[in-house]
Design a protein around this ligand. Structure first.
Ligand SMILES: Nc1ncnc2c1ncn2[C@@H]1O[C@H](COP(=O)(O)OP(=O)(O)O)[C@@H](O)[C@H]1O
Ligand SMILES: [Mg+2]
Length: 221
């Protein structure tokens, strides 16, 4: 079982969207995936409730308080879960630090803005102090613009922070899908949002050493 923490002190950068999209992409590829929502606002738990109309039971989504994280991870491992994605609260929360401590990999969503750049450094530092590999994911980039990716890459490099090779642009599908308890990747019709998440997931699979046989929809661990 692999555990990915999605952490970033700044709110509104796409932590919850990214958590859910990754967990759904994993489920679509035949993996048993779960979302642990450590944000007291329970954004992802509420998303899961809006998702109740789907036959698809995955990802299992639960609110997990900090005190229960270790036990809940153990429970998931025993239940044969392949991937737990942890959504964390904004601000300098002890929940986020706890998630980082227990993760195999930390993804740090970041928007192309000075306010985000200021905070990304703090989150990556926290991951480094916990001895965890962290990777920035540029989200909400302006479509058809290369400049923001270039600037962000330079900023991350100055923090010695890796950047995911896939950039997520501002796409209404993410927001609209969330309102329906879905993710861009749930949609039957193709969209740029879906394609970008698909590419990010493919990249993440290689980082986590998941071998996913997409043709059969069967995850091979
Ligand atoms: N790439 C994107 N394009 C369009 N809307 C996005 C994108 N990423 C996130 N959003 C929307 O922005 C809002 C904040 O995202 P959210 O994932 O809740 O951020 P956080 O969890 O970091 O506070 C949500 O309404 C979400 O649907
Ligand atoms: Mg959130």
């Amino acid at each position: 079982m692999k555990t990915v923490a999605i952490a970033m002190q700044k709110g509104g950068v796409g932590k919850s969207m990214l958590t859910r999209s990754i967990a759904v992409a994993a489920a679509h590829d035949g993996l048993n995936s779960a979302v642990f929502d450590m944000d007291p606002q329970q954004t992802s738990v509420m998303w899961r409730l809006r998702r109740a109309h789907l036959a698809q039971q995955l990802p299992v989504t639960d609110f997990v308080p900090e005190l229960n994280l270790v036990d809940e991870l153990e429970r998931m491992r025993d239940a044969g879960c392949d991937l737990v994605v942890i959504d964390t609260p904004p601000a300098r929360s002890s929940e986020a630090l706890c998630a980082v401590e227990h993760a195999d990999l930390v993804l740090i969503p970041c928007t192309p803005s000075i306010e985000s750049y200021e905070q990304v450094h703090r989150t990556s530092k926290a991951a480094r102090m916990a001895g965890k590999r962290s990777i920035a994911v540029l989200n909400l980039a302006t479509p058809n613009s290369q400049t923001e990716a270039r600037v962000s890459r330079a900023v991350f490099e100055s923090f010695e922070l890796e950047m995911a090779p896939v950039v997520l642009h501002r796409r209404a599908q993410h927001r609209d899908a969330g309102a329906e308890g879905l993710t861009a990747i749930d949609a039957i019709t193709e969209s740029k949002a879906k394609a970008e998440i698909g590419k990010l997931w493919t990249w993440l699979c290689s980082e986590l050493s998941f071998q996913v046989n997409v043709a059969e929809g069967e995850g091979l661990r």
